[in-house]
Design a protein around this ligand. Structure first.
Ligand code: SAM
Ligand code: SF4
Length: 272
């Protein structure tokens, strides 16, 4: 029998995000500075430590969902091996990636049994991609996303919507769901240390729905009780879209996520 992990806000944690590395091969302006300081290799959890902790959380504490993240998880040389180990646990396993090197790992990830991928993409414009991520790579990222979808992975696209930066591309992302069974998630821009956040730069949940609704009618879908995303669909279209309203409608009361940092510290909030 597992012991439920219930905190003092009466939230039972069922979902664990494991950052397997803090390094990244992009430098998204909203996420980290160009000169970000990273951990030394020996400070990161080893593959064995990650797998032992994950197993403990699943078998003893009733965790039912694990997502591997970073930094960029695919910069870790043993990322596919970690997926191979975790896919054996009775848990829903996902991975969040920027897809910059996905072409090198896609066969391996599919072979070991990964079925679901969250990919970050904030624009369909190569020059804008370079400005947002401070690196080149739009063409390879977009090709990799399409290939992952073509190969049958369940793909969710995460777009951080920032006023005056990429809010004019919202409809293009929604329109992707017309013919593709892709799940687009619009994330409100969140404040992190040094990311030049300002409330005026947050393109809000209400604004997103207003903007989309001015062109397409859409219907609300049922959300999982612990989901951070509010899901919608344009009737008859294959995919769905959702909004993660972290700033204007926080969902802290129903959040069931725990986080394990790359050096092995537990956090029960992204902002901790
Ligand atoms: N490198 C991987 C990626 O980009 O998908 C995984 C790690 S990244 C930190 C996880 C998610 O956090 C991405 O979808 C990214 O867009 C989102 N994110 C990072 N900084 C954010 C911010 N300031 N506001 C909202 N979402 C943010
Ligand atoms: Fe790297 Fe992901 Fe952060 Fe962008 S959002 S800098 S890809 S960790």
């Amino acid at each position: 029998m597992s012991i439920p992990l219930t905190d003092r806000h009466d939230r039972t944690h069922r979902s664990l995000r494991i950052s397997i590395v803090d390094k990244c091969d992009l430098r998204c302006t909203y996420c980290m500075p160009e000169d970000q300081h990273f951990l030394k290799r020996e400070e990161l959890m080893t593959r064995e430590e990650i797998v032992t902790i994950a197993r403990l959380f699943v078998e003893r504490y009733g965790i039912t969902k694990i997502r591997l993240t970073g930094g960029e998880p695919l910069v870790r040389p043993d990322a596919v091996d970690i997926v191979r180990d975790l896919v054996r646990l009775p848990v829903k396993l996902g991975l969040t990636t920027n897809a910059l090197t996905l072409h090198k790992h896609l066969d391996g990830l599919i072979d070991v049994g990964l079925r679901s991928l969250n990919v970050s993409l904030d624009t369909f414009d190569a020059e804008r991609f370079r400005k947002i991520t401070r690196r080149d790579g739009y063409d390879v990222v977009w090709a990799n996303i399409q290939e992952a979808h073509r190969r049958g992975l369940r793909v969710k696209l995460n777009m951080v919507v920032m006023r005056g930066v990429n809010d004019d591309e919202l409809l293009r992302f929604v329109e992707l769901t017309r013919d593709h069974d892709i799940h687009v998630r619009f994330i409100e821009f969140m404040p992190f240390a040094g990311n030049h956040w300002g409330r005026e730069r947050v393109y809000t949940y209400a604004e997103m729905l207003g903007h989309i609704g001015s062109v397409h009618s859409f219907e609300k879908l049922d959300d999982d009780p612990h989901s951070t995303a509010k899901a919608y669909r344009v009737p008859g279209w294959k995919g769905t879209f959702a909004v993660i309203s972290t700033v204007t409608e926080p969902f802290c009361g129903t959040c069931d996520r725990l986080r394990l940092t790359a050096e092995g510290r537990m956090r029960n909030c992204l902002f901790a």
